[in-house]
Write a protein that binds this ligand. Structure first.
Ligand SMILES: C[S@@+](CC[C@H](N)C(=O)[O-])C[C@H]1O[C@@H](n2cnc3c(N)ncnc32)[C@H](O)[C@@H]1O
Length: 284
């Protein structure tokens, strides 16, 4: 992150989630109409005016991934809520719309958005511009994962450490040093039993091949140019083992091929992950 500046890379997934609503067929991988216009450049008119760019294979693949990682987290959250979790903590929330969707007004879920302070201020400004009031069920907790602990950040909010929560951490771990990733995971592990976390991570370069390797290299170079270089990558099996050794239970590695089968099979619009995207789900 550039010191004191809002995340630039948070715009791209937000715009592509909007493009998913505007350009892809039904059912959507992620049903998120609020994404349209949520960030500058994400209104339907602008997306349609650049349709050739958005319908290029790299952007189709990227939006499939950005939609899928949220869908996986939100499906896992729904199961956690059915099991009794009443708190949802969105780490590195960026322009995630979940908390502002009308459906959330009908639930008792308390949502915490944890993000780099400058990104959070930018999001609050954006909400003001869009005339979206911050609902009572939403708490903002500013945290720089490389300088503060998640536990300290949440301790300054009304987060209930004695009750189980569900954490999502999407598109963030690659921007942090390994130490900050494991420190944050340790904090999650220390929370109430049955607390869960879903997060994505970048695969070690040695595990990448062909088209996926090329598109990941481009994404990484683009983030670095924006002043937000990727700092950590993992071997999936090693990460899974590390989570188990830390004390997490039910550690599930959900890879791109499983995601393709679960969420994309039978679609007629060509939307596909094409082998990109890796997630973990684990229970404290
Ligand atoms: C690529 S965006 C992803 C945003 C959102 N989760 C999504 O999927 O659209 C990366 C997010 O990580 C956050 N981030 C990066 N480094 C961080 C740090 N050191 N502490 C807290 N948040 C950080 C940024 O502020 C930004 O919101």
């Amino acid at each position: 992150m550039k010191d004191g500046e809002a995340s630039f890379t948070a715009r791209f997934p937000a715009i592509l989630r909007a493009a998913h609503q505007v350009l892809d067929g039904d059912p959507k991988i992620l049903d998120d109409p609020l994404a349209i216009g949520f960030v500058e450049g994400a209104c339907a008119k602008e997306i349609k005016a650049n349709i050739e760019r958005y319908q290029s294979p790299p952007l189709i693949q990227a939006r499939a991934w950005f939609a899928m990682r949220h869908r996986f987290a939100e499906d896992s959250l729904a199961q956690a809520v059915a099991g009794g979790a009443g708190q949802y903590v969105i780490l590195g929330a960026g322009l995630d719309t979940f908390a502002y969707r009308p459906a959330q007004n009908k639930t008792a879920l308390h949502i915490f958005e944890v993000d780099y302070p400058a990104t959070q201020e930018w999001k609050k400004d954006r909400l003001k511009t869009l005339r979206i009031d911050i609902p009572e069920h939403v708490t903002f907790a500013p945290v720089d994962f490389e300088r503060q602990s998640l536990a300290q950040g949440l301790a300054q909010s009304d987060f209930d450490f004695s009750a189980p929560a569900f954490f999502s951490w999407l598109g963030v771990t690659m921007y942090l040093e390994r130490g900050a990733v494991f420190k944050t995971l340790k904090d999650i592990l220390s929370m109430a039993p049955s607390t869960q976390v879903a997060f994505d991570f970048e695969l070690d370069e040695a595990a990448l091949h062909g088209q996926v390797k090329r598109s990941i290299a481009k994404a990484s170079a683009s983030a670095a140019r924006r002043g937000e270089p990727w700092k950590s990558r993992f071997k999936a099996e090693e990460l899974q083992l590390a989570l188990r050794e830390m004390g997490f239970k039910d550690v599930t590695y959900f890879n791109a091929f499983q995601a393709e089968e679960r969420y994309f099979s039978g679609r007629g619009d060509g939307l596909s992950l094409n082998g990109a995207g890796h997630m973990m789900l684990a229970r404290a």
